[in-house]
Design a binder for this molecule. Structure first.
Ligand code: NAD
Length: 246
């Protein structure tokens, strides 16, 4: 499909994993330009070479100065932004009794405040032409919780609540700015490779479709929500989890 033709996109946490796949999918769908942003873009050196419509940006989603610079750059290069994918995220898992305040703070800082700051910085580029699609990557942990992830669950649940507010706030005055979340289940990436095999096996047994998801399964959901095909969808959470949470 060429669903992204004419569109300018920003993806955070884009160097590897889901963010990489999302960036590639938007680029392959004909996006005019994808700004692929990550705190560390070095893992992206190889795949970036395959695209002439992807620009690498080293950016920490918690750094307001860097975000303001990105806004200025996109304004001067494109005059607009159509799609923002808030994908950057981290985990610092521990059971409630042993989770440190530092674990809590760093996860909330990147996963929740980072989404707030990035969206705030990019919004004027959408408001300018009164349209856009904001897609934030939450998690089924943000809707249903998980053992050892108090910080992560709170951050991902916060993203959902914030998104529903944005769906209302950003559509005022006839603006066509939509905001949605994707809640992935367990997807095959570096993040889940850190999970012990024994835990993964147990988990897989609980997934109706019988296997972990692939990054492309998430990227196709992002492409849909980003495109005109989803023009009447806002404030929603799309679970992509092989039926795990039912
Ligand atoms: P990953 O760890 O492979 O990739 C995350 C990327 O984000 C990395 O490249 C990292 O450098 C970048 N990043 C981290 N902190 C950053 C910051 N402050 N600023 C900018 N970039 C930063 O993870 P993934 O599996 O690809 O996950 C991507 C998103 O999907 C995350 O938000 C994660 O919580 C969510 N998610 C993943 C799964 C899964 O099963 N993999 C499930 C549910 C939700």
């Amino acid at each position: 499909t060429q669903d992204m033709q004419g569109n300018v996109c920003v993806v955070t946490g884009a160097a590897r994993g889901l963010g990489r796949c999302i960036s590639e999918t938007l680029a392959q769908a004909g996006a005019n330009r994808v700004y692929a942003c990550d705190i560390d873009m070095t893992p992206a050196e190889n795949w970036l070479r395959e695209y002439d419509n992807v620009t690498a940006v080293t950016l920490n989603v918690c750094d307001k100065t860097a975000l303001a610079r990105l806004n200025e750059r996109i304004y001067s290069e494109q005059r607009r932004l159509d799609v923002l994918v808030n994908n950057a995220g981290i985990t610092r898992d521990a059971l409630l009794g042993s989770m440190t305040e530092a674990d809590w703070n760093s996860v909330l800082e990147v996963n929740l405040k980072g989404v707030f700051l990035t969206t705030q910085a990019m919004l004027p580029l959408m408001q300018q032409h009164q349209s856009g699609s904001i897609i934030s990557i939450s998690s089924i942990v943000g809707t249903d919780g998980n053992i050892g992830q108090s910080n992560y669950a709170a951050s991902k649940g916060g993203i959902i609540a914030m998104t529903k507010g944005w769906a209302k706030e950003l559509a005022r005055g006839g603006a066509n700015i939509r905001a949605n979340c994707i809640a992935p289940g367990f997807i095959n990436t570096e993040m889940t490779q850190a999970v012990p095999q024994k835990v993964l096996d147990k988990l897989t047994a609980r997934i109706p479709l019988g296997h972990l998801g692939e990054p492309a399964d998430i990227a196709q959901g992002v492409l849909f929500l980003a495109s005109e095909r989803a023009r009447y969808i806002t404030g929603q959470v799309l679970k992509i989890d092989g039926g795990l949470v039912l």
